[in-house]
Design a protein around this ligand. Structure first.
Ligand code: PLP
Length: 231
């Protein structure tokens, strides 16, 4: 199976981090010199057409794998979380995670709806503002909800976009502090683009006593730490 990746930016002189691994897998890399997500998506759509026209059978994955099928992965993850809660006799009042292209939060929200779990799911944004991301999650969640005959309301979607900083991919001071804190206290490696910013939100909520006393909070580490090796 051939893999084509559409990446925003220009080819760096030297590959590192994620790109090194992409190349190791022999992915065909297409650079789009733009910071606009729509440009990347449009390039991908055109590439899909071109490859299809050349006789290939193409499976198109949107940014973040955030299609209805992709979101099912995090429905599954939600069930795994509840299974583990039962096994270890713990209950969470909140789930906090990084939220960017809608798939992760959609899956979790559907999982909550299907199981009747009473806690709150808080997505900490690292790219889009609250309005735009809520809209995208609302759309994707209702599309994914069709598999289960359920509807999602705007009230089910909680997003906080206050920790994005200057822009997507631009390191924030608080994000950097959170990455270092997790590393030094717990030996857990986050990343500066997603989970670090989400963790900076989590820490800020705790410092401002936004969670009720004695709440159990689950922070989902969504990966991404290969990015720490970017040079
Ligand atoms: C490490 C990491 N965390 C979180 C996210 C956000 O997930 P989603 O795009 O499903 O909101 C991403 C998305 O690419 C990611 O790479």
């Amino acid at each position: 199976m051939e893999v084509h990746l559409v990446l925003g930016g220009v080819k760096p002189d030297k590959s590192s981090a994620n790109l090194l691994i992409d190349e190791m897998f022999d992915a065909k890399i297409h650079y789009v010199e733009s910071t606009k997500w729509d440009d990347w998506e449009n390039y991908g759509k055109n590439l899909e057409k071109e490859l299809t026209a050349s006789g290939k059978k193409v499976y198109y994955m949107p940014i973040g794998g955030s299609s209805a099928i992709g979101a099912l992965g995090y429905v599954d993850a939600f069930y795994e979380i509840l299974y583990d809660c039962g096994k270890y006799k713990i209950n969470f009042d909140y789930i906090v995670h990084s939220s960017t292209s809608a798939g992760t939060q959609t899956g979790l929200i559907i999982g909550k709806k299907l199981t009747g779990w009473k806690g709150k799911i808080i997505g900490i944004g690292s790219a889009k503002n609250q309005e735009q991301l809520s809209e995208e999650i609302y759309k994707l969640a209702n599309e994914t909800g069709n598999f289960f005959n359920i509807n999602i309301k705007y009230d089910d979607i909680i997003i906080d976009d206050k920790y994005i900083g200057e822009d997507y991919g631009v390191v924030t001071e608080k994000g950097k502090e959170a990455v270092e804190l997790f590393a030094r206290l717990e030996g857990i490696f986050l990343d500066y683009v997603y989970s670090g910013k989400a963790a900076s939100g989590l820490i800020d909520y705790m410092e401002k006593n936004k969670f009720e006393k004695d709440s159990n909070i689950l922070f989902i580490h969504t990966g991404g730490n290969v990015h720490l090796f970017k040079i």
